[in-house]
Ligand binder design. Structure first.
Ligand SMILES: [Ca+2]
Length: 294
């Protein structure tokens, strides 16, 4: 089975499902299903990239983390998980900037790369602004998935927080896009059994408990999106007919169009089945935790 090369753009800092998505991507990599070539963080707090680096280290993986260029804050979200686990980050090497990291990944890729956006779009727009950036994306991105929107119509955090930026991304991104909307992931809860499945110090469990409460679970927008990126033929979902997501102020509206290059996921499997598949991947690392004791 061929692995899928992935690059993930995440707003790790706010909602905890980005942690679940990263854990799931790393587990798929450990199983040979994908190769995580990098993760870009598109929120300015220093705690987002540090949290990502701590999770990657917990898995014994080596995945470069890129940051939002030009801005760095020490903001803490409430409820916080990013500083809670990110404060365990001890490396002193500076992070690279995410747009350049993704450009390097694309330039050196010898197979088409799947770009997965589970946050905002500033790093992807900055990539397009690089010299030759649009041509690079057109030549090297095989597939693009975006967690964003609400179908057929509505506001949603990733697209509505910075609507002008979203509209610019939709207008300029040169490849087809598969969307995973709010309605697809909202009722799928992952993390309902982490207190049994993960150790007390496991950063994935620590993050979910801090954000959502012990075994409360959290919606699975981002883990589902990464899963579908690595399983292009998954039968857990069907895909809409082609069309286009169009921004009207802060609201996204679906417009059917046989020539459109967008489509959105419709979950067709029972929720319990999808939750079980995602959870099993998110906690998979617990059975092969690397001993990092010096
Ligand atoms: Ca996210």
């Amino acid at each position: 089975m061929a692995f899928t090369p992935l690059f993930v753009e995440s707003d790790m800092f706010g909602d905890v499902d980005d942690i679940g998505a990263l854990a799931l991507a790393l587990e798929l990599q450990a199983r040979g299903r994908c190769r995580l070539l990098g993760i870009g963080i598109n929120t300015p707090s220093v705690w987002g990239p540090r949290a990502a680096a701590v999770v990657i280290r917990e898995f014994g993986a080596d995945v470069p983390v890129g940051v939002l260029p030009g801005r760095a804050t020490d903001d803490v979200f409430s409820p916080d998980y990013a500083r809670l686990i990110g404060s365990q980050h001890t490396a002193t090497d500076p992070f690279v900037e995410a747009p350049g990291l993704l450009a390097d990944v694309l330039r050196t890729a010898d197979v088409p790369v799947t770009v997965v956006s589970i946050g905002f779009f500033p790093n992807l727009l900055a990539l397009l602004d690089l010299p030759g950036g649009v041509e690079l994306v057109r030549a090297k991105v095989g597939r693009c998935l975006v967690m964003g929107g609400r179908f057929p119509e509505g506001d949603e955090f990733n697209i509505s927080s910075f609507p002008a930026e979203t509209a610019e991304f939709l207008a300029r991104w040169p490849t087809a896009i598969d969307f995973v909307g709010f309605e697809a992931g909202a009722d799928l809860l992952t993390g309902k059994h982490f207190s049994e499945q993960l150790g007390a110090d496991d950063p994935v469990r620590v993050a979910y408990e801090a954000y959502a409460g012990v075994d409360a679970g959290r919606s699975s927008w981002d883990p589902l999106t990464v899963y579908l990126a690595a399983h292009a033929d998954s039968e857990l979902v069907s895909w809409s007919d082609p069309g286009e997501l169009v921004m009207h102020g802060e609201t996204g509206r679906w417009r059917a169009d046989p020539a459109g290059r967008h489509r959105y996921a419709i979950v067709v499997a029972p929720a319990a089945e999808v939750e079980g598949i995602l959870d099993e991947l998110i906690v998979g690392h617990a059975s092969r935790v690397v001993d990092l004791t010096p």
